[in-house]
Design a protein around this ligand. Structure first.
Ligand code: PGA
Length: 258
């Protein structure tokens, strides 16, 4: 039996009616599929659709998560969304440090660590910490250093019992939205490195850490990626916007989870 987490990152796509419609299609497909309990499913719509999507998915196997959150508790932070707000609309998870946040919005490892701390202070939300190297970092043989720093700068600020609650999404930047996924061997190599490195903080609990792969996951390549020993799920962008493709990936994980 293997645990999986299949997560759909909708990014800045879907208006509220479209988000509710897509969520309803996914909910219906999941109800028909009846995945095993060890397959966790999450969709991450834009903030504005969280409450609506949660209404559609209440009392189903489909969890709702956010794509970002503030590192602050509350107060004068115009335009920000707090952990409490996310909890109040039924979120159970939140992406932190997605490469688009790191690259476009210049979020540093330190800033990302402060968000993870804030999320972990809530007992309800699971942080999905996104890490990954750029193409030039990979070409310059810096991949392991980059991943090590991205992990250390967050985990070194946490107590072990809290760090154990983190889900990591390994998303090589060169694979995101490019249609060029890491090969299963490349992904497995990175996941094995990450698990091994996390054991410095987690000890044997690193064996149970949920490590998702992200970057051009499709219904077609899901089987080869998800069958790798250190890959516990997927964070899916483009293919999660099509109910049929997303449901096929869930079905693949379900078959592999038995
Ligand atoms: P992609 O995006 O599946 O479209 O490559 C993945 C992500 O950014 O989480």
């Amino acid at each position: 039996m293997r645990n999986y987490f299949i997560a759909g990152n909708w990014k800045m796509n879907t208006t509220l009616p479209k988000a509710e419609q897509l969520a309803a299609q996914i909910v219906q497909g999941v109800e028909e599929l009846q995945p095993l309990p060890q397959v966790r499913i999450g969709i991450f719509p834009p903030f504005i659709s969280l409450a609506g999507v949660h209404t559609v998915s209440t009392n189903t196997r489909v969890e709702v998560g956010a794509q970002n959150c503030s590192n602050e508790l509350s107060g004068a932070f115009t335009g920000e969304i707090s952990v409490d707000m996310l909890q109040s609309v039924g979120c159970t998870a939140v992406l932190i440090g997605h490469s688009e946040r790191r690259t476009i919005y210049k979020e540093s490892n330190e800033f990302i660590a402060s968000k993870v701390q804030r999320v972990l202070a809530s007992s309800v939300l699971t942080p999905v910490l996104c890490i990954g190297e750029t193409l030039s970092q990979r070409q310059n043989n810096q991949t392991w250093d980059v991943l090590r720093n991205q992990i250390d700068d967050v985990y070194s600020t946490l107590e072990k019992k809290d760090a154990e609650r983190i889900i990591i999404a390994y998303e090589p930047v060169w694979a995101i939205g490019t249609g060029i996924a890491a090969t299963p061997e490349e992904a497995q190599e990175a996941h094995s490195f990450i698990r091994n490195h996390c054991s410095r903080f987690l000890g044997v609990a690193a064996q149970d850490a949920m490590l998702l792969y992200g970057g051009s996951v499709t219904a077609e390549n899901a089987q080869s990626l998800l069958s790798q020993p250190d890959i516990n799920g997927a964070l899916i962008g483009g293919a999660s916007l099509k109910a049929e493709a997303f449901l096929r990936i869930i079905a693949t994980a379900n078959a592999l989870s038995q």
